[in-house]
Design a protein around this ligand. Structure first.
Ligand code: PHE
Length: 354
């Protein structure tokens, strides 16, 4: 087919423009190779195709056309090798350039956190008591001997101190008090709340406690308790029973039975340990209730008149009840957890289950 050298030249110019424009945008060696194939490829590269049409040009004009085509070929080859060298150097200076990013891949799922079992159960306990009028309060984890023991009717050298193995803190003295420790229970807040407020009192105190224990499946040196305190005129043991019965039903099921047995805590009189009938075997006997049919869930009692007196309350006018329970223990019962050390072992296989 005959073509004019004019058209041929126009084709060359157009090719030159598009090829150089495309080349200028290339920042990747693989795409550069593709460019070379597109424009300079021997089989069906665009320049090769134009060169093939040179036979259609009249003889007399052919040398000039061939010359121009050759010029363009050299220009494209030179541009290719310049760009190749440039990109090579850039890649050598920046190893991350080689990492390819596939933007079409689905994103990595966000890992959602969850609540710690202690937190979950603590919230449930609070939710059971707050509708009965209890307010939440928190106290210091490092406590004076005075609040942890003295004002709870546990004087220095009283044998009842043996119930609490204590972490003492060295060299602290202040506010007129001496002897500082990591609190062994949340009960010191009984004394603090009575000192700082006046009746009627209905307060719930969750918090961390510490005891100098060797750890095993049921003992930790660090754990959580929830304390409860109600003080007013005319509070009786019946109020204690009704409140804790209601709590047990809300926490462990509406059909729960509750049992009170005598127990000793220096700051209550009478003192009791509170049990519920086993929710697993309904009293028949199983592993959870150790074949007794009953599960202990907390200590409780009527606030000792001496404790009221030390808080400057008239024990003839005011009475009250108090209770305290271990949150991990309640969680272990609820979820069937067999080892308290799992709670603070930071093992995701355990924590993820809640
Ligand atoms: N503080 C007691 C303990 O840690 C529990 C308790 C609280 C008992 C309140 C009676 C009343 O063992």
């Amino acid at each position: 087919m005959l073509i004019s050298s004019e058209n041929f030249e126009k084709d060359l110019q157009r090719l030159r423009a598009t090829a150089l424009e495309a080349l200028a945008k290339i920042a990747d060696l693989r795409i550069l190779e593709q460019w070379r194939a597109d424009y300079l490829g021997r089989g069906d590269g665009q320049l090769t195709q134009i060169l093939r049409s040179i036979s259609g040009i009249p003889n007399s004009e052919r040398p000039r056309a061939g010359g121009l085509a050759n010029e363009l070929k050299l220009l494209l080859e030179k541009s290719y090798s310049d760009q190749h060298e440039f990109l090579k150097r850039q890649e050598a200076n920046n190893p991350t350039k080689r990492v390819e990013l596939d933007v079409t891949l689905p994103g990595r799922p966000l890992v959602l956190g969850g609540f710690h079992p202690t937190t979950k159960v603590l919230r449930e306990i609070c939710d059971a008591f707050t509708p009965m009028g209890f307010q939440i309060a928190e106290g210091p984890e490092v406590e004076w001997d005075t609040f942890n023991f003295e004002l709870l009717n546990i004087p220095t050298d009283h044998p009842a101190r043996d119930m609490f193995n204590t972490f003492w803190v060295d060299g602290k003295q202040g506010d007129g008090w001496d002897g500082m420790l990591l609190r062994t229970h949340t009960s010191p807040m009984q004394a603090r709340v009575m000192r700082d407020t006046s009746p009627p009192i209905r307060v719930l105190v969750p918090g961390r406690c510490f005891r100098y224990e060797s750890t095993d499946a049921t003992h930790e040196w660090h754990f959580f308790q929830v304390e409860g305190l109600a003080v007013d005129e005319g509070i009786t043991f019946a109020n204690l029973k009704g409140t804790l019965y209601e709590f047990a039903r809300r926490m462990f099921g509406a059909e729960r039975k509750i049992r009170f047995r005598c127990d000793y805590f220096p700051f209550v009189e009478p003192g009791v340990d509170v049990s519920i009938d086993c929710f697993n075997c309904s009293g028949g006997g199983c592993r959870i209730c150790k074949d007794t049919g009953w599960i202990e869930i907390m200590g409780a009692g009527m606030v000792h008149p001496k404790v009221l007196e030390m808080a400057n309350y008239d024990p003839v006018r005011y009475t009250g009840f108090a209770f305290g329970m271990g949150i991990e223990r309640i969680a272990m019962l609820k979820y069937g957890i067999e080892d308290v050390r799992l709670f603070y072992g930071n093992d995701f296989r355990f924590l993820r289950q809640f």
